[in-house]
Write a protein that binds this ligand. Structure first.
Ligand code: ATP
Length: 311
């Protein structure tokens, strides 16, 4: 088994989470049932998820010189992630204000803060030397994501792009991306409004979606479908271009960061030498376990827990 290094270039946010019976309507004020400040941000979450599952992870990012920044660096380092390339800057640490309702559904507003200062020059090619996987999200400036994708590509790494939160990406970034990770909503936005089929739709429907992605330069795509599971689209795999992965049945308590758990797990397993479909199957179990516990990073499972939960 190979065990290559993973570089995650992305955001660190303090998650300010309030729990409530249901999400408020516009203009409505509700009483919540608890409040917590937790480490988060897609980059940090994906780095921690991959590290917990045995990945060797370097996180490149930026935090402010404030208490939230200290908390984030300490928690990420505590999960075994190399944080020596997380910059301390004058801007405040990024924040996400999160509401989670009893069903596990959430709504999130982000203030980028320090994440917005992560510039392309932070993507020193030397950082990517020997990396097997580069994991990217869109909570840092697009030019920086492009620079990281280019550096990863030049180093021969597999470049994963989690297209979240959705932003239009140009053809250059799409062509540097080896594996795109999207939920159904992001997929539809990326494809100009083309809706994803249901998880159990005929293979032909998913082949049409695969064709639409391939037309945009993306041959390998993982579409996550929440509690309905996920679908692997791999145009290069002529024997099995569509693999539908049934969800792992769990009682969801908080699905915040389930997508990051999935992405981090895919990164860890690709770095360990798994095929895309095997990595996605593993990630499906890891992300389902993450949904059974409150919070994001604190909810992410170890490799031993995933092994126990794997049918
Ligand atoms: P988020 O933005 O909240 O992190 P997302 O929209 O990016 O999530 P989802 O598609 O909701 O991502 O979830 C990612 C994966 O997590 C799913 O493909 C599935 O494998 C797993 N998952 C999420 N919710 C559940 C659930 N209720 N039960 C089982 N698995 C789940």
């Amino acid at each position: 088994m190979t065990d290559s290094r993973i570089v995650v270039a992305g955001s660190l946010n303090a998650d300010l989470t309030i729990y409530c019976e249901r999400l408020p309507l516009p203009g409505e004020t509700l009483h919540g049932s608890g409040f917590a400040v937790n480490p988060g941000g897609k980059g940090a979450n994906q780095a921690v998820a991959a590290s917990r599952l045995g990945g060797r992870v370097t996180l490149v990012g930026a935090v402010g010189r404030d208490a939230n920044g200290e908390m984030l660096v300490a928690s990420t380092a505590g999960a075994g992630v190399d944080v020596s390339h997380v910059r301390r800057v004058a801007e405040p640490t990024g924040v996400a204000v999160i509401s989670v309702e009893d069903s596990g559904e959430n709504s999130i507003i982000i203030s980028a803060g320090a994440n917005g200062t992560l510039s392309p020059d932070a993507m020193d090619p030397a950082l990517f030397d020997g990396a097997g996987v580069v994991c990217l999200c869109l909570e840092v400036p697009l030019g920086t994501v492009r620079a990281a994708a280019q550096a990863g590509h030049d180093a021969g790494a597999t470049v994963l792009l989690n297209l979240s939160p959705y932003a239009p990406v140009g053809a250059a970034l799409a062509h540097l991306t080896d594996v795109l990770l999207v939920n159904a909503h992001e997929a539809s936005q990326f494809l100009g409004g083309l809706d994803m089929p249901p998880a159990d739709a005929p293979v032909a429907d998913w082949l049409a979606a695969a064709g639409a992605f391939a037309g945009r330069g993306l041959a390998r795509v993982l579409v996550t479908l929440g509690a309905a599971g996920s679908v692997v689209l791999d145009a290069a795999n002529t024997a099995e271009p569509v693999v539908r992965i049934a969800p792992t049945k769990v009682v969801a308590v908080d699905t915040t960061g389930a997508g990051d758990a999935f992405t981090g797990a895919v990164a860890a397993r690709l770095a360990a030498g798994d095929s895309l479909a095997a990595a996605a199957r593993y990630a499906s179990v890891a992300a389902a376990l993450a949904a059974t516990r409150k919070g994001t990073q604190a909810a992410y499972p170890s490799a031993a827990e995933v092994a126990t939960a794997t049918p």
